[in-house]
Design a protein around this ligand. Structure first.
Ligand SMILES: Cc1cc2nc3c(=O)[nH]c(=O)nc-3n(C[C@H](O)[C@H](O)[C@H](O)COP(=O)(O)OP(=O)(O)OC[C@H]3O[C@@H](n4cnc5c(N)ncnc54)[C@H](O)[C@@H]3O)c2cc1C
Length: 303
């Protein structure tokens, strides 16, 4: 399926974003590869839970994987296509007595987005359980990468450096009782409910990465960020590394607030926080300039 001039705010977890010139919604790996070949300038997104899309839109092509929903289970190996939601995968693994994906419970992201940035929580991350990934390379076609070849690091994989697209991921899990798995999932859920906003308060998860040996939330709180706001965006009262859009915030409001937060930490501690969330937009020069100042990455074109 393909849509033109698509209002992306309907899909972003921030509920922010203007119109995108063309958006594709492939339903299978084969269809995804065909679109990637025919649209070399396209950017790829999953569930848009880690992207700030400009309220002035994006004049370009986006491929959104959220309809690619295939999961296969073979013994303790679980294979999921790029668009599968982390929460769904986590629950299905638990129902099959397979442990290792408990950390993905309540993750709004897709498998593709989670592998791309080696998502993690509660002391676990994708790189602990990923066995292999099926990748599309514009130069070499479809490749199978082992865990080692994915070059995982904190919130990073080889796909951040190279124009690689994740088509599918295979996870190697460990058998355990459903009761044990459910207990760990409940602990993770309770932690999230106490410390983090749910999606009823539109947000994009952690705004900044943790600097080495410290926590972005701690530094931001100590620098007074919990009291900060800009336009319709404000810092979450229970955790200073989350921004909430609860009053029709624009992407500019959010970038201005990020700049205030980052500057406060830099002025107090001399530490430059680097955004975890990335930007998509090409119609607003002031925003592009703010992204440069913040050292915020853009979603890259998969050429
Ligand atoms: C309430 C909330 C809680 C969160 N909690 C956590 C948490 O605990 N831990 C954590 O790590 N993150 C967390 N996040 C952030 C987010 O869910 C993760 O970063 C997730 O991995 C993003 O997945 P996505 O499908 O939404 O990716 P998107 O936001 O759609 O894209 C993010 C990046 O991944 C790239 N990408 C997406 N799919 C592919 C693909 N198939 N191939 C290549 N590149 C791709 C995009 O180009 C983009 O650069 C949270 C977010 C929210 C809103």
């Amino acid at each position: 399926m393909q849509e033109n001039d698509f209002d992306i705010s309907k899909l972003t977890s921030f509920k922010v974003g203007g119109k995108i010139r063309k958006v594709y919604f492939p339903e299978s790996v084969d269809e995804f590869v065909k679109i990637l070949k025919s649209e070399p300038d396209a950017v790829v997104a999953g569930n848009l839970s880690n992207v700030l899309v400009s309220s002035d839109g994006y004049d370009g092509v986006l491929i959104c994987t959220k309809r690619m929903d295939e999961i296969k289970i073979d013994g303790n190996l679980v294979t999921a296509s790029a668009g599968v939601r982390g929460t769904k995968l986590s629950k299905l693994a638990a129902a099959n007595g397979l442990s290792g994906l408990e950390f993905m419970i309540a993750f709004p992201g897709s498998v593709g987005g989670e592998v791309y940035m080696n998502a993690g929580a509660h002391g676990q991350m994708v790189s602990d359980v990923l066995k292999s990934a099926k990748i599309y390379s514009p130069e070499n076609g479809i490749l199978n990468f082992s865990n080692k070849e994915m070059k995982f690091a904190y919130r990073s994989s080889i796909c951040r450096e190279m124009p690689y697209v994740i088509l599918e991921a295979e996870f190697e899990l460990k058998p355990d009782t459903s009761d044990n798995i459910q207990k760990r999932m409940n602990e993770n859920l309770t932690f999230r409910q106490e410390k983090q906003p749910s999606l009823t308060l539109p947000n994009c998860g952690s705004v900044f990465k943790n600097p080495e040996g410290d926590s972005a939330g701690r530094l931001l709180e100590a620098a007074g960020a919990k009291q900060m706001k800009a336009g319709g965006a404000r810092v979450f009262e229970k955790h200073a590394n989350f921004i909430i859009n609860d009053n029709n915030a624009t992407s500019s409001d959010i970038l201005i607030l990020m700049d205030k937060m980052s500057s406060a930490v830099e002025n107090k501690y001399g530490i430059k926080l680097i955004p975890e969330v990335r930007y998509l937009g090409n119609n607003n020069e002031k925003e592009v300039e703010l992204c440069r100042k913040l050292k915020m990455e853009s979603i890259k074109i998969q050429k």
